[in-house]
Design a protein around this ligand. Structure first.
Ligand SMILES: Nc1nc2c(c(=O)[nH]1)N=C([C@H](O)[C@@H](O)CO)CN2
Length: 120
């Protein structure tokens, strides 16, 4: 099984950053998430109850980020990955967390992590 359910370009307003001014403002992170998930049951039934509901995942990530106050995007990425695996029973994921504008000379900066075991 090598199916993937994904979310791309999810906006996560949050408090994030190591500098003093960053503790006083909200900034927007962008997240790309790939989750290993067997889509065969939903593909057969056409019922969202049989699917990994990407809408529910997105809502939960935005809720978590809104309540978070981390310094590093490494910490945010780790926490988001743990949440998705724990609450949605996802066995493997690849998560990119981007902080647009953090380095003005760069198109983008961020971290890309993989967690869990990918089903064969
Ligand atoms: N590897 C990281 N480097 C930096 C981070 C980070 O979260 N991970 N954060 C900052 C500052 O908060 C920066 O984004 C402010 O523009 C610097 N380096």
């Amino acid at each position: 099984m090598s199916d993937i359910v994904f979310i791309r370009g999810l906006k996560l307003p949050t408090t994030i950053g190591v500098y003093g001014w960053e503790r006083e403002v909200r900034q927007e992170l962008l997240v790309d998430l790939e989750m290993a998930w067997d889509i065969a049951p939903a593909g057969a039934s056409d019922q969202v109850a049989d699917a990994l509901d990407y809408s529910a995942v997105a809502t939960r990530l935005r809720e978590f980020a809104a309540e978070s106050s981390f310094e590093l995007i490494e910490k945010m990425a780790t926490a988001l990955a743990e949440l998705v695996m724990r609450e949605f029973s996802v066995p493997w994921l690849r998560l990119r967390v981007c902080k647009p504008g953090a380095v003005t000379e760069a198109v983008d900066v961020g971290v890309l992590i993989e967690r869990g075991s990918r089903p064969a």
